[in-house]
Design a binder for this molecule. Sequence first.
Ligand code: PMP
Length: 287
Amino acid sequence: MGRLAYVNGRYVPHGQASVHIEDRGYQFSDGVYEVVPVVDGVLVDEEPHLDRLGYSLGELKIAWPVRRPVLKLILRELMAKNNLTRGIIYFQVTRGVAPRDHKFPASVKSALVITTKRLNPPSAAMINDGVAVSTQPDIRWTRRDIKSISLLPNILAKQAAVEAKAFEAWLVEADGTVTEGSSTNAWIVKGGEVITYPKTNDILGGITRLSLLDLVKSTGIKLVERSFTLDEARTADEAFLTSSSSFVVPVTRIDGKPVGTGKPGPITQRLREIYVENVDRQIRAAK
Ligand code: PMP
């Protein structure tokens, strides 16, 4: 049997899964989403992802489509049906279906769509050589803390990066501040200090970022949550990015110029190791 998707209470063949044309997600991007990594059949950092979903829903006054424990059951059911052991599970909640009108509908039921995707871990080349990033202007709104499905600026930035032969776009404010990547958080290492943008409305509070911050505390490596400029990034000793689908990936070129030695740095490699060890611990605990 082929891959299934979950759409508003039903498991349907992925290729035929569809939503109503007046789903407010389709017409207004009026919705939020989550991506949870799956390793060895285990949902990594599931609770913080569900916490963030609750936060995004709350900020937009969208109701949970089902109660949290029920959502957890559906995620497992879909993973089992699709035999997903390594990849990601995507879930999206929109305000629901209603005649097109900007204001919130008086009565509406949130819509829930869930899909799974097999995905290999980042390749050995990405980890051993690092990836290139291309800088792009950050043209997003001021509520980047909400994991909204409205991703046009992110898509445009990623496409521009790909056209510049880079893996990711790093988004830069008019004053030269690097906020984050188009779908990843951005980090630099300078003088032994690990630096990443503070958790504010200016960035999406990545769950990988959150876990890594926690893990770094037990290493003795110095950590600072502050903004950094593109100039600082260009002259950093090391740089890396984090996300649910890639974990910790070294960044070795910014706009075609090498960062530090042009090779993944020792602190980045150490942080990747401790992140992967943490994932392994979660897998062991779940079995
Ligand atoms: N920033 C942005 C803009 C993102 O879209 C993502 C991934 N959804 C991240 C950061 C990384 O977040 P996470 O670690 O939760 O995948």
